[in-house]
Design a protein around this ligand. Structure first.
Ligand code: T5A
Length: 207
């Protein structure tokens, strides 16, 4: 089962992922927990280039770095795990590219869909949990966390973008959820982590 978690900055993906992993462990289900960018060796090297505030990347260069990370990640980590019959829980995947580089940066979403098909060999998740909340709330959470953990410079490049950029991304994710209702489950990320976990467990038929 291939599951992705998506959402704007500070939506609570990592927090929900930590809780979901415990549910899979309790049930004895084998799984791989991973993320993008940075879920494989190549991605770990690309992540600082993509997220450090000092990186000045042309938006096409940014796009192809995310796609390169994804192609390698699918080949090296995701597809082998699925072939072994394991669950794959991935924090961000192709929907993030279409939301951020498409809706956020203004690139053509249909073309990005095709590029993602090419990068992944057509591998899309079976279920996507979209954590949705107002942009102001998400950014507040993300900036507070980055400040606390000393990540404001090393991982803050997208958080530093203007509010309208993040609003387009939120709308982009929601538009994708309307287009693929059977794959997406939209969760109100203003709820508590425990309530979100309950909803996620139900959405993944784990209860
Ligand atoms: N990107 C990524 C692209 O542009 N294109 C792409 O193709 C891809 C794959 C990656 C960046 O790259 C961009 C998108 C991103 O900008 P990242 O690694 O996803 O960055 O960033 P993270 O820092 O991991 O993720 P976020 O900033 O989006 O945060 P999370 O994981 O959604 O949120 P989390 O769990 O760390 O929570 C943030 C804070 O809120 C609190 C937590 O305690 C934490 O302090 N919190 C809650 N508070 C109240 N109620 C809840 N339910 C809460 N859940 C969490």
């Amino acid at each position: 089962m291939f599951v992705t978690l998506e959402g704007i900055e500070g939506a609570g993906k990592s927090t929900l992922m930590n809780l979901l992993v415990q549910e899979l462990e309790k049930r004895g289900l084998p799984f791989v927990r991973t993320r993008e960018p940075g879920g494989c060796g190549l991605g770990a090297r690309l992540r600082p280039l993509l997220l450090d505030v000092s990186s000045s990347l042309d938006s096409r260069a940014e796009l192809f770095l995310f796609l390169a990370d994804r192609a390698q990640h699918v080949a090296e980590i995701i597809r082998p795990a699925l072939e072994r019959g394991e669950w794959v829980l991935c924090d961000r995947y192709a929907d993030s590219t279409i939301a951020y580089q498409g809706y956020g940066r203004g690139m053509d979403a249909d073309r990005l869909q095709e590029l993602n098909d090419h990068a992944t060999g057509g591998l899309w998740p079976e279920r996507t949990l979209l954590l949705d909340l107002p942009v102001e709330e998400g950014l507040k959470r993300a900036r507070a966390r980055n400040g606390r953990e000393g990540l404001s410079t090393s991982e803050g490049r997208f958080e530093a973008e203007e509010l309208a950029f993040h609003q387009r991304i939120r709308q982009g994710f929601l538009a994708r959820a309307v287009r693929w209702p059977e794959r997406f489950c939209v969760l109100d990320a203003r709820r508590s982590p425990e309530e979100l976990l309950k909803a996620a467990v139900a959405a993944l038929n784990l209860d």
